[in-house]
Every structure is written in C-alpha cells, then in structure tokens.
Ligand binder design. Structure first.
Ligand code: SF4
Length: 229
C-alpha cells in the first residue's frame, strides 16, 4: 500500500522502485491534479492520462502507473504553476501556449500566480543544478498540491516526467512529499516513451517549444552547452 494514500487504497506507489501489477480492476480517483510544465509536454501526457491515447495504456479509459497499477480519473484539471521560468516574457510565452491549447480543446485548466520571487527564495541557498532542481520541484508541487486539496482533488502528478531531461527520482520524492502533506495520493507514470510524439505534435501544431528548462540558470547553462558543441 502506498505510504501517501490517505484513503488507504491498494495503490502500490513506491516511486523509487518498480513493482508488478497488483490490481486487476482500475482504481478510480475522483479528481486528478495534473501539474503542467509546458504545452509540448502536456499534449501526450494529458491524452494518456485521460485515456485518449490507446497505445501505452491498458485501455477502457484507464492507465498504468509506473508500478503497473491500473488507475482512472473522473476529472482531470491541468494546473500551470511555474514560477521558475524566467525572464517573464518567456514565462508568458509558455503560459499562453498552454492556455491556448488547453482552452481550444475544452480541457479543464487553471493558471496559478506567477511568483518568481518565491522561487528565488526557495532556491537561493544552493543554485547548483540538481540541488536547485529539487527545491524547484518541491515548491511547484507544494503549491499545486495545496491548491488541489482545496479544490477537492484526491491525486497528484506532473507532466514533467515525460521529459528525459528531468530528474525522475527527485520528482517522485518531491511529489510524494507534497501529496502527503496535502492529503493527496501521488501517482508516478512512465511517460517518457511519449516524449518524441508529444514534441512532434507540438511542432506540427505550431506550439511554442522552448530550448531550455525554465530558470535563468538553465538558460545560461544551455547557451554554454551549445557554444561548446
Ligand atoms: S533546471 Fe529546470 S528543474 Fe532545475 S531549477 Fe531550473 S527550471 Fe527548475
């Protein structure tokens, strides 16, 4: 059983390890809070989680967690909260790409406050890649989880895990802690096989695709990497 499932359901959400499937019937969650990092990562993540993409899931509207548990959701709300993104013009560009895509399709979505000062405060003690990323995940998931709990959500996950550039283990640790603190169930999914398709769709749809993770540090690091190629 998950150590963060307040309802005590048989969700074996051991995010750091792989376990075999233990449920035959999908576990139904009332309301999934889906943290969204950007529109390109959102495309395939949402379709998979909503059961719209039949390829990798068990079918019939349910999907597998990374532990092989079939789950399904009555409602999904996509939540954009990314105070890590800078400069502000870049934030607005990414945010607006998400709003346009989600709005055009009628997907339930919300944008939380852009509060970059809070992100700076959360990461100021150690700005090294890795350490700052953990603090970055912590803040984003804490805020989204708190908002989700107020709205009556019972599960939390993120589109960040579709990206091969993100730290999957740190995401799971941060997500699980934030979910537990808010009384939600954290769910991990193996979304990375969908990454290429999600990027391809974004390109075809003309959706803005950024070339750095989000913070100004990652912008500089990316520029340095490209300069040394
Ligand atoms: S590189 Fe990405 S995950 Fe790491 S701190 Fe910057 S924005 Fe956050």
């Amino acid at each position: 059983m998950s150590d963060n499932d307040p309802a005590g359901r048989a969700v074996s959400a051991r995010d750091s390890g792989r376990e075999t499937a233990v449920s035959s019937e999908p576990i139904t969650f009332h309301h999934l809070a889906l943290h969204v990092c950007c529109a390109p990562c959102f495309l395939e993540s949402y379709d998979y989680l909503a059961g719209l993409d039949p390829q990798p899931g068990p079918g019939a509207g349910s999907v597998l967690t990374s532990d092989g548990i079939a789950v399904q959701f009555e409602t999904i709300t996509a939540i954009y909260y990314n105070p890590n993104i800078g400069p502000e013009a870049e934030y607005r560009r990414r945010r607006d790409a998400f709003i346009t895509y989600a709005g055009d399709r009628g997907f339930e979505h919300v944008v939380l406050e852009y509060d970059p000062a809070r992100w700076i405060e959360a990461t100021i003690d150690d700005t090294e890649f890795g350490t700052r990323c953990r603090a970055c995940y912590d803040l984003r998931f804490e805020v989204v989880a708190a908002w989700a709990a107020e709205q009556g959500c019972d599960a939390l996950t993120t589109t960040l895990t579709i990206s091969p550039w993100q730290n999957q283990e740190a995401i799971a640790l941060s997500g699980r802690a934030a979910a537990r603190a808010a009384g939600l169930t954290w769910l991990s999914f193996d979304l990375q096989p969908l990454f290429a398709q999600s990027q391809r769709r974004a390109r075809e749809l003309g959706i803005y695709r950024q070339n750095y993770c989000g913070c100004v540090y990652s912008k500089v690091e990316g520029e340095q990497r490209r300069a040394h190629r």
